[in-house]
Write a protein that binds this ligand. Structure first.
Ligand code: IZC
Ligand code: ZN
Length: 406
């Protein structure tokens, strides 16, 4: 059993230590973990006990996908040909595609259409082992449609738990072209206070990137969010080094995400400030960047690296965190053990839930996977398939033999 036991985020070398218990048991009561130990736990078994034997399989914490753009409409397979011809991400946006094409589709979509599409994605995530997901808005980009998307995330009745983030600063909407300040004022003065009042998001995020929001604009949005009491996240240094990691550190952000082009100073600043780097190697692959975030360097410097899917319709259209775990290992050089820490305990801390989920420990939620794999290396080694046999969420079996049960 892979417990991923830890008193806090697993930093640096500690990411390689998964707190494995060979031949152990875990006791679940009322959705929580009552005990974890070596042996068979026979003292807990009476006539009411439901016993699951996971002999020969890996038992581990449910995956926490700490960076997704869950609620959106439409798809962008039309961009594939352009991408193969070498047209860049920002150029596709300038041609009216990219994020803005998803914004058009999302604005047109009804609440129910968005709900049903997101629910299908959550079903897939659950089947592939994700038990908690962070979901960013950012395809409405006006008051009405951002609120619509956040309300969809809140309304979703599903075993996968959602932690919401407002990402109004994802792109400059067409109606504010040439008037970034006008859009920033709308976010700061109207949208964010409403979202806070209605409890529609825990965090605020911004896409700090050339062609999107520059460092000053990002700072303005996030400082206002901080004043309102939101947790801060930041899409930082994805394509061009912008000083996003340094800004995340200065503002006391919970996490900085992407970081493919992060500077050495940025890594040091994150370490100093305890910012969690959320790395998205599926996106490096899908954008054909030929470059991954310097994960080994971060681990060497003692950071608590998290890895997430970045599920979105443009740069990483997959709900499968297991697939992205393979890129984390073979692309960024993490060991399978480090990858597991990155998608469980560290990911839980990246979304402010480290005390509740992310490891199999007494008192935590019983979010547990049983994998059809003899050991954790096998999860990375045999790639492109779903290893999930059983998913237990809040103590309840929700996937059995790889299939969702109701
Ligand atoms: O729709 O392209 N990077 N946001 C920042 C995205 C990718 C999502 C998209
Ligand atoms: Zn993203």
């Amino acid at each position: 059993m892979v417990t991923v036991k830890s008193d806090g985020p697993k930093c640096g070398e500690a990411m390689g230590d998964l707190g494995v218990i060979d031949k152990g048991y875990v006791v679940i009561e009322n959705g929580l973990i009552l005990d974890v130990n070596l042996g068979e736990g026979t003292e807990y078994i009476d006539s009411d006990t439901y016993v699951i034997d996971a002999e020969g399989r890996v038992v581990m914490p449910g995956f926490v996908d700490s960076h997704t753009h869950l609620v959106h409409y439409g798809s962008r397979e039309n961009e594939l040909e352009l991408k193969l011809k070498g047209v860049g991400y920002v150029d596709i946006l300038k041609m009216g595609g990219g994020i803005l094409s998803t914004v058009r589709a999302t604005r047109k979509a009804s609440f129910d259409e968005l709900y049903n599409k997101a629910k299908k994605s959550l079903d897939l995530m659950l089947q592939w082992g994700t038990t908690t997901v962070e979901a960013k808005s950012g395809y409405g980009l006006n008051f009405e449609d951002e609120v619509k998307c956040l309300k969809v995330a809140k309304a979703l009745e599903h075993p996968v738990e959602i932690v919401s983030t407002y990402l109004g600063a994802h792109a400059i909407p067409e109606e504010f072209k040439g008037n970034v300040d006008g859009y920033i004022n709308l976010m700061i003065n109207e949208i964010m206070p409403y979202i806070k009042k209605e409890g529609l998001a825990d965090n605020v995020d911004a896409f700090c990137e050339d062609g999107f929001f520059n460092l000053d604009e990002t700072k303005k949005v996030l400082e206002a969010a901080k004043k309102l009491g939101f947790g801060l996240k930041l899409h930082a240094d994805e394509i061009v080094p912008m000083g996003g990691a340094e800004l995340a550190a200065n503002l006391g952000a919970v996490s900085a995400e992407h970081l493919v082009a992060v500077s050495d100073e940025g890594i040091d600043a994150m370490k100093e400030a305890g910012v969690i780097p959320v790395l998205l190697p599926g996106t490096s692959f899908y954008l054909r960047l030929k470059k991954y975030a310097p994960a080994r360097e971060m681990i060497k410097k003692g950071l608590a690296v998290a890895v997430a899917s970045d599920y979105n319709p443009g740069t990483c259209p997959t709900e499968s965190l297991q697939s992205v775990m393979v890129f984390a290992s073979l692309g960024m050089g993490l060991t399978p053990q480090e990858v597991i820490s990155a998608v469980t305990i560290n990911a839980a801390y990246a979304i402010g839930r480290g005390n509740e989920i992310g490891s199999i420990e007494k008192g935590k939620k019983a979010d547990i996977l049983i994998m059809n794999a003899p050991n954790e290396n096998y999860l990375i080694y045999h790639f492109g398939i779903n290893h999930v046999d059983m998913v237990i969420k809040n103590g309840k079996i929700v996937v059995r033999d790889g299939k969702i049960i109701n």
